[in-house]
Design a binder for this molecule. Structure first.
Ligand code: ATP
Ligand code: MG
Length: 367
């Protein structure tokens, strides 16, 4: 799929602008604070109905304005799709092919984007929470069932934690309620774990060769899922459930002492190894960036596999940080199949081969 055109009305520092794009590399060129990231963000918001930078929608509305509007035309295999999103202080309204969507969840995912911005380095360097969010968002993009299980898990977890807090202060002999909550939690935990293992196997399959390519065959990327139970990633659901039962049995008294749930997917993490060394601890800046980039590029392939079309790739302030080889390798792999947006403050930062094949846009003060 590719975006043919976007119209920004009262969006960030744009008053009213229509920008036609091309189905190739689109270079957004401009000095600092002119509106490059805002354009990238607007394409992301058009697809996800929320920003990658902020959870506060009001920030997207141009200062002193009542609302912001994004309209886009996206060309898909089955034909063109028109998307309209209005963001006001009262909430968001979305239209798909001019028809208002009752629920935003029906609208989200009509088009797919993959964003890679500087803050994505946190995928490697940041806290486990960032990595769990990454897994959950990725699986969620293609599996509504997963999102449902996840929110159910979070609800039970909250109840269980509250109850454990109570038990911590006043000792009780009857623990039947805790046992019920533990059973419910284990059931959801096993489902989530199973899905995460499946997703990570696919991610590993795609990310490893991509990483090898970008690093001139010098680096092997391995992804490891760190969790609290001892079970192989190919185990079936009943084995995973059994393992959670055993685990919670074992840590019961410790959980009551501490007043909190000590095992489950909400405490798991991802570890990345390059040539068998932990990248978070030992990786150079470039290696960490390459790792994050490989994961994002793998995501492109996973989306392609699930929805049958390539998503739109948004690279904000990323390309000029890569050396010439990594840059041209990256662009060669996506050339011709993925519509790509890159931002830069200077044309010098972009490899000449890329520029020759690209459409270039100059941004100045929201114009
Ligand atoms: P850099 O090269 O530094 O990354 P950029 O071109 O990506 O710059 P943007 O992040 O797109 O810059 O921001 C452009 C301008 O938009 C900034 O000056 C910012 O203050 C302004 N801006 C952000 N939000 C709003 C808003 N809600 N209303 C008006 N202007 C805004
Ligand atoms: Mg920017």
């Amino acid at each position: 799929m590719y975006i043919k055109e976007i119209t920004l009305t009262n969006y960030r520092n744009y008053t009213k602008t229509t920008i036609p794009f091309e189905n190739k590399v689109n270079v957004i060129l401009g000095e600092n604070a002119q509106g490059k990231t805002n354009v990238m963000e607007s394409i992301f918001v058009l697809s996800m109905a929320k920003s990658h930078r902020t959870s506060n929608d009001k920030e997207l509305i141009k200062w002193d304005c009542e609302y912001a509007k994004l309209s886009g035309i996206v060309e898909k295999h089955r034909g063109p799709v028109t998307l309209d999103l209005v963001i006001s202080t009262k909430g968001k309204k979305a239209k798909y092919n001019h028809i208002e969507q009752k629920k935003l969840s029906q609208y989200i995912g009509s088009i797919n984007t993959v964003m890679f911005a500087p803050e994505d380095l946190n995928l490697v360097k940041g806290s486990p929470q960032v990595r769990r969010k990454f897994i959950d968002m990725e699986i969620g993009q293609v599996s509504p069932v997963y999102m449902h299980d996840l929110s159910r898990y979070q609800k039970i977890l909250q109840q269980r934690n509250q109850y454990l807090k109570q038990l911590q202060t006043k000792k009780q002999t009857d623990l039947s309620l805790l046992d019920v909550l533990t059973l419910q939690l284990s059931e959801m935990a096993a489902k989530i774990l199973k899905k995460r293992f499946e997703f990570l196997q696919l991610l590993q399959q795609w990310a490893e060769p991509i990483h090898k390519g970008i690093s001139r065959d010098l680096e092997t990327l391995k992804i490891e899922y760190k969790n609290s139970i001892d079970v192989s990633e190919d185990a079936d659901l009943s084995k995973m459930l059994e393992a959670y039962h055993q685990k919670f049995d074992k840590i019961k008294s410790r959980e009551i002492d501490r007043g909190v749930t000590l095992a489950g997917p909400h405490r798991d993490d991802l570890l990345f190894y390059v040539n068998e060394k932990d990248v978070q601890t030992f990786g150079s800046q470039g290696q960490q960036r390459t790792t994050a980039l490989s994961l994002k590029l793998a995501e492109i392939e996973l989306i392609h596999q699930e929805v049958g079309e390539y998503p739109i790739l948004l690279l904000d302030d990323v390309l000029s940080e890569l050396d010439d080889f990594r840059q041209s390798h990256l662009l060669n792999t996506i050339q011709g199949k993925v519509q790509t947006f890159v931002t830069t403050t200077s044309i010098e930062g972009i490899h000449h081969e890329t520029l020759e094949k690209a459409a270039t846009y100059h941004v100045e003060a929201g114009q």
